[in-house]
Design a protein around this ligand. Sequence first.
Ligand SMILES: NC(=O)c1ccc[n+]([C@@H]2O[C@H](COP(=O)([O-])OP(=O)(O)OC[C@H]3O[C@@H](n4cnc5c(N)ncnc54)[C@H](O)[C@@H]3O)[C@@H](O)[C@H]2O)c1
Length: 352
Amino acid sequence: MSVIRVGSVGLGGISKGVHLPGIEASPDLMLTALCDIDENRLRERGEQYRIPEARRFTDYRDLIACPDVDAVDISTPNNVHMEIAAAAANAGKPYDVEKPMTMDTAEAQALVRATREAGVKSMICFSYRYKAAARYLRSLLLGGRLGRIHHVNMQYYQAWGLAERDCPLVWRFVKSVAASGALGDLGCHALDLVSFVTGQRYEKVAAHLGTIVPERRLPDGAGRGPVDVDDFSNILAGMSGGISASFQISRFAYGRGNYQRMEVYGEHGALVYHLDRVPGLDELEIADASTDGKYVSVPIPEEFRVSQMQAFADLLNGHDDGLNASAEDGLTNEILLDGILRADAEKRWVTL
Ligand SMILES: NC(=O)c1ccc[n+]([C@@H]2O[C@H](COP(=O)([O-])OP(=O)(O)OC[C@H]3O[C@@H](n4cnc5c(N)ncnc54)[C@H](O)[C@@H]3O)[C@@H](O)[C@H]2O)c1
């Protein structure tokens, strides 16, 4: 095992909440360089994590070229994921990158190619794979606890899009930066998670996407601009193994913070995963013959508790547990997102 020196690019919300604390908490990672185009943010994080000015960059190319950086951690908005991750790969440096991996399938194919040619490791931050309840659910389902799975229904709800919240036209509402709205932001997680826990793949999709608030005030206060992405996406999916799945994804679900619920119905019982029913908590319930058909809470064994950034360190140190998403998984997810956008636009089932 060796300590991996990490350079982080994009120092906004998710970097502050998950990536930088996760790197700091890992005995196998050391934060050595930072990059953000926002100089104030760069200075703030630089001071917080005691990174010398010589290793604070406004251009990601300088961070990638820095000899004190072994691996690159990417938390920028979606439109620059591909160019930064591909540049890291081309420099022979492994990377982790936030979801959705790229803007579309073509970019994802190019990133997979660059990653393979360079022979570097990659991790896509499908963060809910690291929730203990989701990992335990996966182990129960793959162990055959419910027998054959008939239905999976998943909701992923937030509320911050509601008109009364008056959120300005941040990049998440702009197609040229985000690619899609609730779909790429929240839906990509839900779609990945259902495939992760069931071990099955998507075969066909139908979808209804919509925009509820079509115009928002500009962040700098100068007028208003159009929202050109979806505020919600409702998806039907046919999966391998005969599973019929459905997804309800929205930023307009009153009272919801970061709420997820996944119901899995099988031939011998049902399992229900919850996130944020109790704020911040991931939980699992089961109903089968052993519970007299009643839904009861399942204790989650300690071994299922892991951290995303420690998983990145383990992957780079050759201790991959096989449960991380690679660039290939990111590509599968992009093909699915593009298929859903096409299904909605053309009002038909799309075969993947
Ligand atoms: N895995 C999760 O659960 C999760 C949660 C939230 C966000 N995300 C993803 O993380 C990414 C960032 O989201 P966020 O909420 O932190 O956004 P944010 O707007 O809070 O932060 C993005 C940061 O990137 C910087 N940036 C923009 N372009 C850059 C460039 N070319 N080079 C360097 N820095 C640049 C911005 O100045 C900003 O500081 C998105 O892809 C988002 O989808 C994932």
